[in-house]
Design a protein around this ligand. Sequence first.
Ligand code: F6R
Length: 609
Amino acid sequence: MCGIVGYIGPRDAADICLAGLKRLEYRGYDSAGIATVDEGELHLRKVVGKLVNLEEVLQQEPLVGAPGIGHTRWATHGKPSKTNSHPHISTNGRIAVVHNGIIENYGQLRQQLTAEGYKFVSETDTEVMPHLVEKYYEGDLREAVRRAVGDLKGAFAFGVICADSPNELVAVRRFSPLVVGLGDGENYIASDMGAIRQETDKVYVIDDDELALITRDDVELTDLALNPIAREVFEIPWPAEAAQKAGHKHFMHKEIHEQPDAMHSCLAGRLSSPEAPLVLEGLQMSEQEIKDLRKVVFTACGTAYHAGMVGRFMMENLARVPAEVDLAAELRTRDPVVLDNTLAVVISQSGETADTLVALRDLREKGARVVSVLNVVDSSIARESDGVVYIQAGPEIGVASTKAYSLQVLTMAMIALHFAEVRGTADPATIRSLKEALLAVPDQSQELLDREEDVKAVAQHYYQMPNSLFLGRGINLPSAMEGALKLKEISYVHAEGYSAGEMKHGPIALVEPNLFTVAIAVAGEVYEKMIGNMQEIKARSGPVIGVANDGDDVIGDECDDMIWVPPCPELVSPITIAIPLQLLAYHIADLRGEHIDQPRNLAKTVTVE
Ligand code: F6R
């Protein structure tokens, strides 16, 4: 996830790009850059670090002219550095490109272009694009971009300018978000409307495989065959002040809603169809090393630990490797046995959590190979791991982790399935149907977000209650624990995540009319048992919110309220179940008037043991 912005008009593009990038900083902040065209030449400023650094450079060496494009980066290919930051420039120095997305076939394109004499200076996937545009440029920038895009596989939103076409800005998208802002004698592009809301409230929302040729006075939208597209102007309904959160009241809410897009990015290049094998290059493990595995140890803290619990379940179930999961802070006290061929899977959004880093070092010292599952690139945990699989969630700003969790679980599923494929431990029909289910997860997640009002209505019934229980079994015990953690950390409602089977061994004593229970009872092996546990609570006058599959006409009788989720295989269900539970916590906290993005006593990254 990165942010792009662009401008064409009478003013200096750098000023507008910088202001837009500031509103896009939530999309990335490890490096930034701006390029403009002035007097037939391309001019460029790039820096490592946050936008304040770019602002300082621009104060010392101002950039004039227009058109211009800007970028704030969230590293995916290549560490944060000046050379890897955008805009990227063609070999002849005439074309500049900013990109949000991932080019899957960049390795092959880079080889071809290098053989043809184009000079690469960065480690990024993006850099193939300016060289391709140069290759195809014969005086028509849009045509060159169109042909270049024809060579690409993957996800992208590009902004492209060229010193030889100084009156044009070209933009194109596939899977990554892009809008064109409409001004009076000036026009804009951006990753989201918030970036340019200060300038205009009128935008075209660009769809996949659409090209925009933008001049000062005109915007021409076409498909990739250059057929014209008539698009209605969208009027941005929220005021400029709400821009950074793109109209959402809180970052947490925004990030909950980013999950379908983030899931697409996480799947991109790894799982393309139910028939294709999974590709997880970041693991850095040969097939033989995967076959030789004797044990997998998952470790993490908080929400990431819950993702690890799901990972352990999937790993044993699918790849048939003995697996353990430990809270990172507890791992050392336990002094775990590390056998030959033990793999440690270390999960962390930030990659900086001190307890997790210490657990990693401990496992490494004992001889384990370490693969980490991370969001932030080039973090401390990344640097000390043998392999890293990035979840591609983009920056998570809300203190309560939401999109990182569902993407961590999605990544766990891909790793376990990949291991099962290599080890031959699951039959091909099962693997195929699970891949189908994973590919359906982004759409199902969108469907769940579309039902937000239903969850909000449930929240309205319970938000004043002081106590709650979240119950699950099997692979959805971690879902219950995560649901409880979300609720307690942002609403301060006492919430316990518990195995439904354990209820009768003690916690059932808590049940009374002022304690609500959220019971996860989706179709699968534990469904009948869950119904039994829910009846036990109802019999003791405890109100129950059921989480069940659409079309289940039995469960409604056992519950006071329902949260419905689309059906999917039980093994995959924790990914989508997370979403309504995040929304439930969010709306309860919001109704209670809490500071959702900065809950008391909590920090986003915990760098002390
Ligand atoms: C809860 C939450 C925390 C983190 C935990 C680990 O919403 O965000 O429990 O999951 O502090 O942080 P990372 O994943 O950065 O290692």
